[in-house]
Design a protein around this ligand. Sequence first.
Ligand SMILES: [Zn+2]
Length: 61
Amino acid sequence: MTKGTPSAGKKKKQSHGICRRCGRKAFNRSKGYCAACGFGRTKKLKNENWKNKKVTGKRKD
Ligand SMILES: [Zn+2]
């Protein structure tokens, strides 16, 4: 075991993938919902414009 910067290579597990609804990389795969728009948890678009970056509401290619 080594400490320090080389250990960062082990942290490559991606918890968040591309969200099908908002297109942001905020869809938590294990939990099954999007942290940005709430996809998978709520039908409505989660609105937290006071704290988050822009949620487009549609997928950007
Ligand atoms: Zn989303």
